[in-house]
Design a protein around this ligand. Structure first.
Ligand code: SAM
Ligand code: SF4
Length: 469
């Protein structure tokens, strides 16, 4: 793969972002209310408006923003939470990202790449706990060519085990060239995620000193190339702690606007992980722009309001209490029961920590997470229906098509949740879950839909699987 950035121009206006953050400072309460109302009316915010939200320091206005995000989430998306697990395929890496345990210069990292058989074993372990959706993660290395990525994804799809199989594989890997993206697309991937890490070019340069990732433009242009290869289901993200989080929120917004302007479709998901400690990685212990818990909550709410139709992913990097709180502000997907060491699901050993990229904040099992979600009134969902029925851009449809959530998302969440309960759950989760399903079924307003879901749930109980609307 040749890194070629000829003709690529940055769409991140660094100077303008700084000016906006400065000039929009101390927006009045009425302006903040207006901006929230615009978002609740299902409109993406413009950079001036997001900058105004970012400038807020008054606790009452912050509260207003968080309440606005909550309302948006409840009104549009309801109480479903989609669950997935990360699957680390290999941690070989030729880059030297200063914050990452996998970086080439980290002598404490134990390198590993799953063999074909290990990949099957890992997949079986995940299927056995009830997972249906994965994100496969790769370091950047010539070994992990597009053909290798495609092959490993295919292996996962081909692994049927006991009561289940993986039905959707998303990818988090290096940006490829257009041809490479085409190869990966051919095996039927879900979302291709690339995090820009920091949108601040100068900071980016310092933190990515060598390897292909040192090119800011190659990475920034990565999702454009994916689009050109026909992958229109994309995930963007910034690693919080590298630079001022307010700048990163603006960067994510500008990236969204760029994709919408150029391709008519924005990103499917946004990720906003905070840096976690990693073995042999001092930088990660003291990130220069550490984001406090309070700011993190505000950040999630502002992102929710700024891009109201984009899925938001919160990972198990975050501790349980934070996870529970920010779910309300508009998070739509979380991982659960996660292991992030290469080979960890099927063979945890003493060296696991040295094969892991960083340290997780939430190490509950999938069943425990599901139990707690059900107890707090969230419907855990393993739905993969839009992707398999060819309805791409599902998050946008949920948002834009009236009744979409009621017709598809909630029924499919209930069906996949029911499937989990009958096939994989503990007794206490089964009890709590069936209660929740009854309650949600009773709440379906349209009698025809209610009946259709009821019938399918009965078929599910009788042993039929993989049903969706
Ligand atoms: N190697 C590919 C890349 O860098 O794009 C994909 C895999 S990389 C393991 C996935 C993401 O992990 C990175 O994009 C980065 O944001 C995140 N990451 C790296 N070090 C981290 C740390 N110490 N804490 C939290 N997230 C980290
Ligand atoms: Fe390699 Fe990705 Fe880690 Fe950077 S973030 S060192 S590219 S695995």
């Amino acid at each position: 793969m040749k890194i070629d950035t000829q003709g690529v121009k940055s769409f991140i206006p660094t100077q303008k972002i700084n000016e906006l953050i400065a000039s929009e400072s101390h927006a009045s309460e009425s302006r903040i209310r207006e901006i929230i109302a615009k978002s609740l009316d299902k409109n993406r915010l413009n950079p001036e408006e997001t900058a105004a939200l970012l400038s807020v320091t008054d606790p009452e206005l912050k509260h207003l923003i968080q309440e606005g995000a909550k309302e948006l989430k409840e009104r549009i998306y309801g109480n479903r939470i989609v669950l997935f697990a990360p699957l680390y395929v290999g941690n070989e890496c030729i880059n030297d990202c200063v914050y990452c345990g996998f970086r080439i210069s980290n002598k404490e990292c134990q390198r590993a790449t799953l063999t074909h058989q290990q990949l099957i074993d890992e997949t079986k372990s995940l299927v056995e706990t009830g997972h249906k959706r994965l994100i496969m993660v790769y370091g950047e290395h010539p070994m992990y060519s597009p053909e290798f990525i495609a092959e490993t994804v295919q292996t996962v799809y081909d692994t049927k085990y006991k009561k289940g199989e993986i039905r959707r594989v998303n990818i988090n890997a290096a940006p490829l060239d257009i041809e490479g993206f085409r190869t990966v697309k051919s095996v039927g991937i879900g979302t291709y995620q690339i995090f820009q890490e920091t949108y601040h070019e100068e900071t980016y340069g310092k933190l990515h000193p060598s390897g292909p990732k040192s090119s800011y433009l190659w990475r920034l242009d990565g999702l454009d190339r994916a689009m050109q290869a026909g992958i229109d289901d994309l995930g963007i993200g910034a690693l919080m702690g590298l630079y001022d989080w307010k700048f990163e929120v603006m960067g994510l917004l500008y990236h969204t606007i760029h994709l919408e302007d150029r391709f008519g479709v924005g990103p499917h998901t946004i990720s906003f992980p905070r840096i976690e400690p990693a073995i042999g990685t001092d930088f990660a212990l003291h990130p220069p722009y550490q984001v406090s818990d309070e700011d993190f909550k505000l950040l999630v709410a502002i992102l929710r309001l700024s891009v109201p139709y984009t899925g938001m992913i919160l990972t198990a990097r975050e501790p349980i209490a934070i996870r529970n709180e920010v779910l309300q502000y508009g998070v739509s997907q979380i991982d659960a029961g996660s292991s992030i060491g290469v080979g960890d699901y099927s063979a945890k050993d003493d060296e696991s920590r040295r094969k892991s990229q960083f340290v997780l904040g939430d190490t509950r099992s999938l069943d425990d997470v599901i139990y707690e979600l059900a107890q707090s009134g969230h419907i855990p969902s393993f739905c993969t229906s839009c992707y398999r029925a060819g309805r791409t851009g599902e998050h946008f449809m949920e948002f834009a098509v009236p009744g979409f959530v009621k017709r598809f998302c909630t029924p499919n969440a209930l069906l996949t949740f029911g499937e989990y309960l009958y096939d994989f759950s503990s007794q206490r989760t089964l009890d709590a879950g069936l209660k929740l399903i009854d309650k949600e079924l009773a709440a379906i307003e349209d009698p025809v839909m209610q009946n259709a879901v009821k019938e399918k749930l009965e078929e599910l109980k009788a042993g039929k699987r993989d049903m969706y609307f």
